[in-house]
Design a binder for this molecule. Structure first.
Ligand code: ADP
Ligand code: MG
Length: 405
């Protein structure tokens, strides 16, 4: 599972004011070349050895933020919800400075994968080229910029940014009402854009909904390609859960994955945390993963557990599971497997629907209430003496719970 570290700021001594010798050069992309720097290492914004930084003037001027090495395209599950944004991001990552998507602006609600996607661009470019990549957030940029003004080092600040080939700024909605910083960003944006450098932004709302940002800057934000991330649809949620469980080396039965995906809909971060909590409960309390445990774990999430299954649903699922045609259960047949399916169906109807015995009887081909009582007692006795039967009933119950939503 990846840790979100988009809010992590560096606490190492601030990076050098001096640019590396190659600053300002246009490095040619080197497709397929081995990584020049460990993408997870914060000091490597410029793909130079950290010592080059450290030996230089240690006076602060600007810095980027570390990339999370696990935020890659490979780990970003594609679905209808993100297909367009992902393709645009990948196109840029594969041919930085050679697409018309400049800037690329990714927008989408909380936990939908903005940070993952923009960092995937950064990671890919770092690994496949000499391009100078800088990833930062609007907050981080703002504090660096303000500091450069206070210390009269704005020229160096601008020079630092001008030498970057791929600038990624996360969460630009926080530039809202930062008038001074917006001026600085506007200036840097124009320099980079004119030089054909790639710029990538992310924001949690549509650009026209970002308030407190100067119009000229807003129009720059939207001057390239705007792509949104939507809430993941069921299929994508299932694929994401499967992948995350796999990455953890844990096999969770498909039915359970589907159950979680049905109930956790808002965003990917919630999906991830449901899975993490589930695995933690299972291992800490040494419990088998089953529907009751999943329900417990999802307890804090808004799930509708009040709706009850219908007798028809229970009848159908029971018959399917036991391999008995439903119409036989409605009839008077006395063959063992038919009687068993009929009784199990009645038993679960009594347990799960809240209907009267008489009503349940009617749903099973007009049996009377004493037949239903007899069926329920029979099932209970059988369960006490036969662990296999108990196991079968447990599975049928899970099946009913999973399919009834
Ligand atoms: P945002 O920045 O939009 O709030 P993040 O990029 O931080 O969202 O994503 C939240 C979590 O969900 C991260 O751990 C990320 O890896 C994961 N995630 C989001 N979208 C996907 C996806 N399509 N495939 C796999 N993981 C995803
Ligand atoms: Mg984010």
């Amino acid at each position: 599972m990846t840790n979100e570290n988009d809010s992590v700021k560096q606490d190492h001594p601030k990076a050098s004011a001096h640019l590396p010798d190659s600053a300002g050069e246009k490095p040619a992309p080197v497709p397929g070349e081995a990584p020049l720097a460990d993408p997870a290492t914060p000091d490597h914004f410029f793909n130079v050895a950290p010592s080059a930084f450290e030996s230089a003037d240690t006076f602060f001027v600007a810095s980027g933020m570390p990339l999370n090495g696990s935020y890659t395209f490979d780990r970003f599950i594609e679905g209808d919800c993100n297909q367009f944004a992902r393709s645009a991001a990948l196109a840029i990552a594969q041919k930085p400075r050679h697409t018309t998507f400049n800037p690329l602006l990714i927008y989408g609600g909380v936990g939908l994968g903005k940070t993952h996607l923009v960092q995937a661009i950064g990671n890919h470019v770092r690994q496949h080229s000499n391009y100078k990549v800088l990833y930062t957030s609007s907050d981080h940029f703002t504090s660096d910029y303000m500091q450069s003004l206070r210390t009269n080092r704005n020229n160096e600040f601008v020079a630092f940014y001008s030498s970057i080939d791929l600038l990624i700024i996360d969460d630009i909605q926080f530039f809202s009402d930062q008038e001074k910083t917006q001026e600085g960003l506007f200036h840097i944006f124009n320099i980079l854009h004119q030089a054909g450098k790639q710029i990538v932004f992310s924001t949690d709302r549509a650009p026209q909904e970002i308030s407190g940002v100067a119009d000229r800057l807003l129009s720059r934000f939207q001057g390239g390609l705007v792509a949104d991330l939507q809430q993941p649809e069921l299929e994508t949620r299932i694929a994401i859960l499967n992948r995350k469980a796999n990455d953890q080396g844990i096999a969770i039965p498909y039915a359970f994955i589907e159950f979680i995906a049905h109930h956790v809909k808002n965003n990917v971060r919630e999906l991830e945390s449901a899975l993490i909590r589930l695995l933690a409960h299972a291992s800490l309390h040494r419990r088998e993963i089953d529907i009751p445990l999943i329900r417990e774990v999802l307890g804090e999430l808004p799930i509708d557990t009040s709706a009850k299954p219908t007798v028809e649903e229970i009848r159908r699922i029971t018959c399917e599971y036991l391999g008995v045609p439903e119409d036989l259960v409605l009839g008077r047949g006395r063959r063992r497997e038919i009687v068993q399916a009929r009784h199990v169906g009645m038993y679960f109807s009594k347990q799960l629907t809240g209907h009267s015995l008489a009503t349940i009887g009617r749903y099973f081909g007009g049996k009377d209430h004493s037949t239903v009582i007899h069926a329920c007692r029979g099932v209970e006795n059988h369960m006490e003496t036969d662990p296999n039967f108990r196991q079968t009933l447990k599975r049928i119950r899970q099946e009913i719970e999973i399919r009834h939503r």
